[in-house]
Design a protein around this ligand. Structure first.
Ligand code: PLP
Length: 367
């Protein structure tokens, strides 16, 4: 049979195949297995539930996937591969938990850290020559800047170095970092993969076998294995990822234009807008512009906070990638004070465009 398209793969992969089997892998709450079989103890030998999640994710991005208890557990396993005194480079705009993890390692003398602007392609290319870990995030959180991954991945690199891409905002449907030359693609499965704000999970995908073994070892020894229920829910979420994302990003594209024309909005950051500074890279590198929009409102932090209090359909909440739209003033989050004070980050869900506009309009105080 011809290779399946991603939306068909999402629906069909990772299911039991034996005659008479349930179509879905059941939730099997098991730590311990009777000896002399394939599985012994689930932290070490895995469960059918999380292997199903790994099969689906690996197939989507062209590598082997390893599932974790959270996105940050997955990131931790990457940093765990570094030798002492490694040189790590992080984007200036990235998930704050990753920044915090990297900062803690510096404090403990584990590695050196420098930071580069997401769109400083020449800087990343130069850093590739003498760095041990290039950690990229694209589109970045929350400024939605797109890195020129193809150029950065093609740059000559230090022997044994790692190039990892946080692919959470793009999802495997919009971007496949391994195809562009990255060693590792990372996801917080908590977001678009789960898609319902009801689980924590993380996934790494790599096509380098030595790295795969090292990462798996880190998970086994570090114990950051996914929960049984969470793995089930993540697979359940993946079944509808294609239609959820298609709907959400179609609405996001329309909302970005609507916000861009709104008198109370000063600046919209959405990679799909031609005015976006990295729109051209986004258009050539991504298969879709995603469901995240950041925008600055007039009136500063107070006005932005009022809008967050006023929204009714959109939930004032921190996380993203779910069926329900969520919004937050990012500079209000501890450690994020460097961001524009009135920047609102909106994760567009699958509600109707008209209802979302009406909700924002009433939240802006316009009837
Ligand atoms: C949420 C998130 C993470 C961290 O994932 P958790 O599942 O919360 O541990 C990392 N990167 C990005 C871009 C995220 O949005």
């Amino acid at each position: 049979m011809k290779r399946l398209s991603p939306e068909s793969w999402l629906v069909t992969a990772g299911r039991p195949e034996e005659p008479g089997a349930s179509l879905n892998i059941p939730i099997i709450p098991a730590s311990n297995f009777a000896l002399d079989g394939d599985r012994i103890y689930s932290r070490e030998s895995g469960t059918a539930g999380w292997e199903s999640l790994e099969e689906i994710m690996g197939g989507l991005e062209g590598g082997d996937a390893i599932a974790f208890s959270s996105g940050l557990a997955a990131v931790t396993a990457v940093f765990d591969q570094l030798a002492p005194n490694a040189r790590v480079v992080l984007p200036d705009d990235c998930y704050h938990g990753v920044s915090e993890l990297a900062r803690m390692g510096v404090e403990k003398g584990r590695w050196e850290l420098s930071r580069l602007a997401v769109d400083d392609t020449a800087g990343w290319v130069a850093a590739a020559r003498d760095s041990d870990l290039l950690w990229l995030e694209s589109p970045s959180n929350p400024l939605l800047t797109v890195a020129d991954l193809a150029t950065i991945c093609a740059a000559p690199r230090k022997d044994g170095s790692l190039l990892a891409v946080d692919n959470t905002f793009a999802t495997p449907l919009n971007q496949r970092p391994l195809e562009l030359g990255a060693d590792i693609s990372m996801h917080s499965a908590t977001k678009f993969i789960g898609g319902h704000s009801d689980l924590l999970g993380g996934v790494l995908i790599t096509n380098r076998s030595g790295l795969l073994a090292g990462i798996r070892k880190s998970r086994t020894v570090g114990g950051a294995t996914p929960g049984t229920l969470e793995a089930f829910l993540a697979v359940r979420g993946l079944r509808t990822l294609a239609i959820r994302l298609e709907k959400a990003q179609e609405t996001a594209g329309r909302l970005a234009l609507w916000l861009d024309a709104h008198p109370l909005v000063e600046h919209v950051r959405y990679p799909g807008l031609v005015s976006h500074p990295t729109h051209l890279i986004a258009a050539s590198q991504l298969d879709g512009f995603g469901a995240m929009i950041s925008f600055d409102v007039a009136g500063g932090a107070d006005a932005a906070d009022a809008i967050c209090r006023n929204v009714k359909l959109i939930r004032h909440a921190t996380s993203l990638g779910s069926v329900e739209s969520t919004m937050e003033r990012r500079a209000a989050v501890p450690g994020q004070e460097h961001l524009p004070a009135s920047l609102l980050r909106l994760s567009v869900g699958i509600e109707s465009f008209g209802d979302l506009c009406a909700d924002l309009q009433q939240a802006f105080g316009i009837n």
